[in-house]
Design a protein around this ligand. Structure first.
Ligand code: TXA
Ligand code: MG
Length: 544
């Protein structure tokens, strides 16, 4: 096996490719295992060497935009995308021309074409004088290679039955800049379809393809014989260890992982920079970048996964980034690395909200019987004000303080004088309430006690992201009035005034996962059961 980046080796590999051999080449995304795309026998060698399923088609790599028309039938959208994103990490699926052998496309009448931006890749294609079919240069199922040594590790001792090495050339282009495979877009139908997210993001594509949609299977598990792209159903990017994705707030994910790790002999976690300190020292902790920089996560993803794989762990936990921008590509690869085994950690198993008098409190009490610890947002308000006394004085003036304490009446007078000030006050106080609630929930999580958060302002406090299941409780107006009259001893007029300040019922229902009617007729335990059933379903779903 020859590895290097010298001119002579590049020429030698290009010559070998021209003559029907295979060679590993760098690209900006991942290393590719290349062969002459016009030769069935050459392409067959790729399938053999990788152990790739025959029904998974290959991407044809070209070095000039004009070559696209030699192998495919591009439409105006293809020309536009080529102009905007090529050379670069974008692959387009188009109608194929007959010159492309069936072996390359796995019998489909479409072909995937890409023009890489990596200079060495393009040089090799043009020296070889033929388009190159190239899947990622990993053994099938393994994480894609982003360094030459990754390819070497996969193929070093691999030979055919005659003892000839399966791979004889690896061109070393250094570390790939993207780290995840190209974005794949199908242009076969009127509506363009994103088949594989990558470094070119959905948002970038939407600029030119406003009606693009995401193929089923990109962010969820699908069971079908006919996926839009065969790559959507194959097991992929996996380490040998049992791998589990962990999604959610850092602290709560770490509490989960620190507990779960005890079931394994040699566990490891691949986490974000910001979280390294949260894990138990008995865990092998490796970070793949900041969760604020999905480009870095993408670049390191397979490299770090391979590093852990070599250390022979029996369990790898992987923290899942948010699926925004390039994060969608990382998310998509990790779903497959973990074979869709994703655990989502939430501070609160249930969030309860709704209008005044809808019966949140009684429902929360009923749910306590099912083992939930009830955190009542209302009861945290006083303490929350104390937590943010300084901030409030800075924002609204020291006249809101007496003896170091906030005078709520004075604060209200100032804050309710304008909309901006009211919003500012709400933001500060809601955040303080949530911090209190999260601290309680973290203590409970350590003891594996599930929490329920109940707060009228759950949505205003943006707390839905902390709740696995958000429940809106509704009740007819007469019933709500009756409850408030009994509970708070208010006159009808005051109750109406309170109602007038509230958001409408639909505001709560539209944002919730589930709405329950607490009209006093349905048994509370029936309502609880419905909520718990829904929560169970959410827990077991693997989609976004
Ligand atoms: O970044 C990349 O695209 C890398 C480098 C080497 O260029 N290549 C790569 O190839 O990732 P591969 O074979 O690992 O992934 C090709 C993907 C697969 O998911 C395959 O199913 C899909 O493209 N694909 C290829 N031809 C297709 C077609 N005609 N219709 C639908 N999907 C196709
Ligand atoms: Mg691949």
């Amino acid at each position: 096996m020859k590895i290097g980046k010298g001119e002579d080796l590049i020429k030698e590999a290009a010559e070998a490719l021209k003559n029907g051999d295979i060679a590993a080449i760098p690209t900006e995304t991942v290393y590719g295992l290349a062969a002459n795309a016009l030769s069935e026998t050459a392409v067959e060698k790729i399938f053999q060497a990788k152990g790739r399923p025959q029904n998974n088609p290959l991407i044809v790599h070209i070095s000039e935009i004009e070559q696209m028309e030699l192998y495919a039938r591009p439409d105006s959208r293809a020309f536009l995308l080529a102009e905007k994103f090529w050379p670069g990490p974008l692959t387009m699926i188009m109608q194929k021309r007959d010159i492309i052998p069936d072996k390359v496309t796995a019998g489909l009448d479409s072909v995937a074409i890409r023009m890489p931006s990596d200079a060495i890749a393009r040089k090799i294609i043009s020296l070889a004088g033929v388009p190159l079919a190239a899947p990622s240069a990993n053994l099938s199922g393994k994480p894609s290679p982003t360094k030459a040594e990754h390819v070497r590790n996969d193929y070093l001792d691999k030979t055919d039955k005659n003892g000839t090495p399966l791979l004889r050339w690896i061109i070393d282009g250094g570390e790939c800049t993207c780290g995840v495979e190209s974005t794949v877009v199908s242009l076969l139908d009127q509506i363009p379809v994103l088949l594989r997210p990558g470094f070119i993001t959905l948002k970038q594509l939407q600029q030119y393809l406003p009606d693009i949609c995401i193929a089923p299977g990109v962010v969820e598990k699908i069971n079908t014989d006919k996926p839009l792209s065969p790559g959507l159903v194959h097991r992929h990017y996996a380490a040998d260890a049992d791998t589990e994705g962990v999604d959610g707030e850092s602290l709560f994910s770490a509490i989960y992982i620190n507990r779960e790790k005890n079931r394994y002999h040699k566990p490891a976690v691949m986490c974000f920079d910001e979280e390294k300190m949260l894990f138990d020292p008995s865990l092998r902790v490796i970070s793949y970048g900041s969760f604020q920089k999905p480009e870095i996560l993408a670049k390191n993803l397979f490299d770090k996964l391979r590093e852990l794989d070599q250390e022979k762990h029996d369990k790898i936990f992987i923290r899942i980034p948010s699926p925004d921008g390039v994060g969608l590509a990382v998310y998509n690869r990790l779903l497959r690395s973990c074979e869709f085994h994703i655990t989502r950690c939430f501070p609160f198993e249930i969030g309860l909200t709704g209008q005044s008098g809808a019966g949140k409190g009684t429902l929360a009490k009923a749910l306590e019987n099912y083992g939930f610890f009830h955190i009542d947002g209302d009861l945290l308000v006083e303490a929350a004000y104390e937590d943010v006394t300084e901030t409030l004085a800075e924002q609204f003036g020291s006249e809101i303080l007496r003896n170091g304490k906030v005078i709520r009446k004075k604060l209200s007078e100032i804050a309710f004088s304008s909309r901006e000030k009211t919003e500012l006050l709400n933001t500060i106080v809601h955040e303080a309430i949530m911090n209190r609630a999260l601290t309680i929930a973290a203590e409970k999580a350590k003891k594996q006690i599930p929490c329920l958060f109940d707060g009228a302002a759950l949505f205003e406090a943006k707390a839905e992201k902390y709740c696995r299941t958000v429940v809106t409780v509704v009740a007819p107006e007469e019933i709500r009035m009756e409850r408030i009259r009994k509970r708070d001893n208010l006159t009808e007029e005051k109750i109406f005034r309170r109602f007038a300040c509230q958001k409408e019922e639909s505001f709560y229902s539209q944002k919730a996962d589930i709405t329950v009617i607490n009209d006093g007729k349905t048994e509370l335990h029936e309502l609880c059961k419905n909520i718990l059933k829904y929560r169970e379903e959410q827990k077991n779903g693997s989609s976004l």
